[in-house]
Design a protein around this ligand. Structure first.
Ligand code: BG6
Length: 487
């Protein structure tokens, strides 16, 4: 991917956690790979607590280097990467400081990208301050999730930002859309004639989408306690995955064709009746437990978390899509922290054969199943039944495996790297459009409201397990179970 499109990448929150772990490492990787970033492109970091460029480069050297040197650091590339970085000391509370920023970038070439790696409460003040010094022209703005707290607050941000930037200038990041395996899902579905005819209610019994984490809330207790898993993971990552799994084939891969189809799915989600919430939604909170041999603390004792907190760290949902392709097929979504494993996967359970001349085992649920593992170890596994060798006709479950790292040994790209290159090159397909975001908020809102009003706390689960038993009971009502419960 050669490029000569120059850019000035302005990074607000330049000393924040996200800049340190994701954004600067991704830019470095694109720089190191050669040819992905225009040689003249500049990074202008903005921060308050650092005195000058020298101080900032020292910070980058100390804090960012550990995240880029996993496979041995290319020192020459690192040194030339640092040359791309400029710095502006700016107090966001001080609008006059934006004149300094304007002066700093006025002679720099190319499109301007403003990446707001800050809390959402700063999005609007930053955009207004940028506009006040004319920096909203020839520019793109990148907004990190969470964008707002609910539909109302996200609309307020979108309205205010929309007065300053046109929708085509706004890049709302959901890093799951940048993941290689998520891209591959599009290739699998729309590049092969094999699966598409079966990808519908006539052949599919149920679908599970899980994003499970072993990590707890880490140092983000403060943020997380006001957010919870529904806002942090479901409203965005899980609903985005669901929309890609369930969407109709787009007319082309241009940004609006793909996003139009995802939007149709989000708008077709069966609204959740407030009275049914306890039947279709389970919320949990982790207690202490053991993960990989180590005892980990309960959520309520994590730094920054209120001891009496009722914030959920686990969510399981039954979702239905009201359209011809999916009517009646349950989609089970699940995410949680401090679970038994770190895994993100999609499980498509096909219906059994309509009649079996081979005995009852051919009729069992899950005989044909496609498991798309997104992380770790991207693989696609197709389960079938086969005859066991020997006398008689006994069937056993076998599987075909596609491990991507056997086919593609090189060229994997981190989500942030792909997304940042897309912003710089003006490709919007992998960013969330405002209407998609609104549809997702609108759908989750009854659950948010019900949980906020409820006096029932989330169900406890021990760290290192798969969450509260109620999540299994919800599937049992539909005659199915989570994949790990199969054996
Ligand atoms: C982020 C959430 O968006 O995604 C985090 O805020 C979560 O809480 C993370 O840990 C998971 O992303 P990944 O790429 O590690 O699966």
């Amino acid at each position: 991917m050669q490029t000569d499109s120059s850019f000035t990448f302005v990074l607000f929150g330049g000393t924040g956690d996200l800049s340190m772990r994701k954004i600067l490492p991704a830019l470095f990787e694109a720089h190191r790979a050669g040819g992905m970033l225009a040689a003249s492109g500049k990074i202008v970091a903005v921060a308050r607590h650092v005195a000058d460029r020298g101080g900032y480069l020292e910070w980058v050297d100390t804090h960012v280097k550990p995240y880029v040197s996993k496979n041995g650091l290319d020192e020459t590339a690192w040194a030339s990467f640092l040359e791309r970085i400029e710095f502006v000391k700016l107090d966001l509370g001080n609008p006059e400081d934006f004149a300094l920023l304007r002066d700093a970038v006025s002679d720099l070439p190319g499109i301007r990208v403003f990446y707001l790696a800050t809390g959402p409460s700063l999005f609007v003040p930053i955009c207004r301050a940028l506009a006040s010094v004319g920096l909203n022209e020839n520019a793109r703005i990148v907004l990190e999730k969470p964008l707002g707290y609910d539909l109302k607050s996200s609309n307020a941000i979108n309205d205010a930002v929309g007065e300053i930037f046109a929708e085509e200038q706004i890049y709302r990041i959901d890093h799951y859309l940048g993941k290689e395996p998520v891209q591959n899902l599009l290739a699998l579905r729309f590049g092969n004639a094999l699966f598409e005819p079966l990808w519908r209610r006539e052949w599919v019994e149920s679908i599970q989408i899980t994003i499970a984490e072993e990590l707890g809330v880490e140092a983000r207790g403060d943020f997380y306690d006001n957010t919870g898993a529904l806002r942090d993971m479901v409203q965005n990552h899980l609903l985005q995955l669901l929309s890609i799994v369930a969407m109709e084939p787009p007319h082309s891969m241009d940004s609006d064709s793909v996003r139009d189809e995802k939007l149709r799915v989000l708008r077709a989600l069966k609204p959740i009746d407030q009275r049914d919430i306890s039947k279709v939604a389970v919320r949990g909170q982790y207690h202490s437990g053991v993960i990989r041999g180590a005892t980990v603390p309960a959520y309520a004792t994590e730094p920054g978390v209120k001891p009496e907190s009722t914030t959920e760290t686990f969510v399981a949902l039954k979702v239905e899509i009201e359209n011809w392709r999916w009517a009646g097929v349950p989609f089970f979504l699940r995410t949680g922290k401090r679970l038994a494993d770190r895994v993100a996967e999609i499980v498509v359970n096909f219906r059994p054969v309509p009649h079996s001349a081979l005995g009852a085992s051919a009729l069992r649920a899950g005989a044909n199943r496609l498991v798309i593992r997104l992380q770790p170890n991207e693989t696609i596994r197709l389960y079938c039944l086969a005859k066991q060798p020997g006398e008689g006709m006994n069937l056993a479950s076998v599987h075909l495996d596609l491990a991507f790292d056997r086919f593609f040994r090189e060229g994997q790209m981190e989500a942030y790297q792909r997304l940042l290159l897309d912003v710089i090159n003006g490709r919007l397909a992998l960013f969330v459009r405002r209407d998609e975001q609104e549809a997702a908020w609108r759908w989750v809102e009854p659950i948010l409201n019900e949980w906020a009003a409820s006096n029932k706390p989330p169900k406890p689960y021990a760290s290192g397990t798969w969450g509260p038993a109620a999540a299994s009971a919800m599937l049992a009502q539909h005659g199915t179970c989570w994949l790990e419960e199969e054996n």
